[in-house]
Design a protein around this ligand. Structure first.
Ligand SMILES: O=P(O)(O)OC[C@H]1O[C@H](O[C@H]2O[C@H](CO)[C@@H](O)[C@H](O)[C@H]2O)[C@H](O)[C@@H](O)[C@@H]1O
Length: 236
């Protein structure tokens, strides 16, 4: 980090689950290291404000776990973006219609999955029953077809999202404004949707860093674990 910062102005984009916090059996079970928000604010200051969290979670969910964070942040896979002072960057995300949510909930209940409401879509979690992966993804794809929605898959989850809700779009939105613009972006993430974030970083002359074992198509570097991320970012 110190070497990169010394080489030129750097912007950091950080995924949340699986990157800053360990994956847990269900979304509400994560263990957020004490003082994480404080340490991220320290890193933000070290980067003169050029740090943004980019998560699949809805922003209110992210803040429920982190506390008021005063960081630039994108939630809902990039669809909802706030600046560090809480002002909005771009449009607010649009939720799914009530009948669509009811149908997704009913499917989750019937198949004993956890349904997570998102401000831009919904997520069917099958982490506790990995054998349900293919059937859940097939249902989600079929559901999205014809509704102008699309499906993203992640670790133990099938998510129904609106088109354009990508981490690449989030990187592009932040890189278009001060203090990010003209700097070199680095995106760190562990999951499939982070590939879009890596693409966004590459677009602006930067690079991606993959976390964990997942084979990445686009990342230039790898960090082995959440602990390695904390060490590299000097968040300890
Ligand atoms: O982009 P991220 O910040 O990494 O968010 C991706 C998804 O994270 C959450 O689900 C994942 O983490 C859960 C807790 O560790 C885990 O139980 C689940 O299996 C994972 O898919 C979150 O619930 C989703 O909304 C995010 O999209």
């Amino acid at each position: 980090m110190a070497q990169l910062i010394a080489e030129g102005p750097l912007a950091l984009f950080l995924d949340f689950d699986g990157t800053l916090v360990e994956i847990a059996p269900s979304p509400g079970d994560i263990d957020v290291p004490e003082g994480l928000a404080d340490r991220l604010r320290g890193l933000r200051d070290r980067l003169d404000g050029r740090l943004a969290l980019v998560s699949g979670r809805a922003l209110d969910d992210l803040e429920m776990h982190l506390g008021p964070c005063e960081l630039c942040r994108a939630g809902s896979h990039g669809a909802s973006r706030l600046l560090h002072d809480g002002s909005r960057l771009g449009e607010a995300p649009e939720g799914l219609p009530d009948d669509a949510v009811a149908e997704l909930r009913a499917y989750a209940e019937k198949h004993d999955l956890y349904y997570e409401t998102k401000s831009h879509g919904g997520a069917l979690h099958f982490r506790k029953s990995p054998e349900k992966r293919e059937a859940t993804l097939a249902f989600a794809r079929n559901f999205a077809e014809g509704r102008e929605l699309c499906v993203t898959s992640g670790k133990g989850v099938a998510e129904i999202v609106r088109h354009g809700a990508t981490k690449e779009a989030a990187v592009e939105a932040f890189m278009a404004i001060e203090p990010f613009t003209g700097t070199t972006p680095v995106f760190i993430g562990d999951d499939v949707t982070d590939e879009d974030g890596f693409a966004g970083a590459i677009e602006f002359g930067g690079f991606g860093v993959a976390v964990g074992d997942r084979i990445s198509d686009k990342a230039r570097y790898r960090l082995a674990s959440v602990t390695a991320v904390h060490n590299w970012l000097e968040l300890e």
